[in-house]
Design a protein around this ligand. Structure first.
Ligand SMILES: NC(=O)c1ccc[n+]([C@@H]2O[C@H](COP(=O)([O-])OP(=O)(O)OC[C@H]3O[C@@H](n4cnc5c(N)ncnc54)[C@H](OP(=O)(O)O)[C@@H]3O)[C@@H](O)[C@H]2O)c1
Length: 347
């Protein structure tokens, strides 16, 4: 396992693959039982993994409890990320959900209790709630850091302009910086490249990418008639357009054959190659071991080019307009980059 800095705004060193724990627990009626969950956490730690992602709502709080129980004896050896805003039960009260300062201060105390720790290393607002002003979220996170309950702050599933507003407001007012974002990113979800990834690059935010295998679709197993989340826990798999999957899976299988690997590992390696830190989501220890092997996989420029081409997503306005103007900007490898302007001659 190698390690990376989480963005350019922190000195936080995290393993190149994060362990997502949405499938640790059985409270959703689907996931790993406590023994299997422990085997997953143990295997990740033995492989050198130090970056664990959880949330208050994962398995209605069971995920945080399992993570806390495992990490407890070596708490300082792990970077634990958690999230608030969704509530920890099947039907949380209205006043307990969302991004408001009230929901935030209640949720952090409950998460600290479940995790059995006195601080959360990286705390995310889980999902933009449509109403809470960016400054309320940023200032609330600032308070939690100053109170010693949280170490770093992040935003997950927020529109780019709202992240930028929160980050710049925090910078100008001397609040704790927004350090990272968490976004969906995979070969089946590349709209993230339109605004979120360039924004994170511009502001120096770390980027964690969830569902790097699109909830398991990119393992290719459903083509073989196997069961999994897409058949048994449908809400956890978002992309159900087989017409789009087909060509992407064909290319993934071809590349996987060429590099003697599996489609799922290639999908994870592709995310990592884009500078986004993949958040794995294994439900079994065997899946974890399979997913971790992606760290050793190096895709050639030709493999990446083929995967980019087959999964290309329209950049939309204004990016397409700007891209057509070769004096202004170009898009390479999924990132918008400035190019040199030709010399301007002033008559
Ligand atoms: N911030 C957010 O809003 C947000 C949202 C979603 C997830 N997340 C985080 O991201 C993590 C990862 O998301 P994800 O679970 O969707 O990631 P993913 O890697 O796209 O999908 C993981 C799923 O694929 C299947 N799988 C994994 N390895 C396999 C293998 N070798 N063979 C066959 N199937 C395999 C398993 O599901 P089955 O075997 O059950 O089919 C597993 O649960 C979550 O745990 C969570 O921490 C965050």
């Amino acid at each position: 396992m190698r390690y990376r800095l989480l963005g350019r705004r922190t000195g936080l060193r995290v393993s190149e693959l994060a362990l997502g724990t949405g499938m640790l627990g059985r409270a959703w009626g689907y996931g790993a039982d406590p023994d299997e969950a422990r085997r997953i956490l143990q295997g990740y730690a033995e492989a050198g993994g130090n970056f664990i992602d959880t949330a208050d709502n994962y398995q209605f709080g069971e995920s945080e409890r399992l993570v806390g129980a495992f990490a407890g004896p070596d708490r300082d050896g792990f970077v634990i990320a958690s999230k608030f805003g969704r509530g920890a039960g099947p039907s949380p009260a209205l006043a307990a959900v969302g991004d408001s300062r009230k929901a935030m201060v209640q949720a952090v105390e409950a998460s600290l209790r479940r995790l059995g720790t006195d601080r959360i290393d990286l705390y995310f607002a889980h999902m933009h709630d449509g109403v809470t002003p960016a400054a309320e979220v940023a200032r609330g996170l600032d308070d939690l850091v100053r109170a010693g309950k949280v170490v770093y702050a992040g935003l997950s599933n927020f529109p780019a302009w709202r992240v930028a507003a929160a980050a710049v407001t925090a910078d100008l007012r001397g609040w704790v910086p927004v350090a990272a974002i968490q976004v969906e990113y995979s070969l089946l979800q590349r709209t993230t490249e339109r605004e979120l990834l360039p924004m994170a690059d511009g502001l120096g935010l770390g980027v964690m990418g969830w569902s790097p295998m699109a909830g398991g679709l990119l393992t290719g197993k459903y083509r073989n008639g196997e069961r999994g989340r897409a058949t048994d826990l449908k809400a956890s798999v978002l992309h159900d357009d087989p017409a789009r999957h087909g060509p992407v899976l064909d290319a993934l299988v071809a590349v996987a054959d060429e590099v003697r690997s599996t489609p799922g590992r290639v999908a994870i390696a592709w995310v990592s190659g884009k500078g986004v830190l993949p958040v794995l989501g294994p439900r079994t220890r065997a899946q974890l071991d399979d997913n971790l092997a992606a760290a050793a996989l190096k895709l050639s420029a030709d493999h990446v080019r083929r995967l980019d081409a087959v999964s290309a997503t329209p950049a939309g306005y204004p990016h397409e307009l700007l891209a057509a103007d070769d004096q202004r900007a170009t898009m390479t490898g999924g990132r918008w980059e400035q190019i040199d302007r030709p010399e301007q001659t002033v008559a």
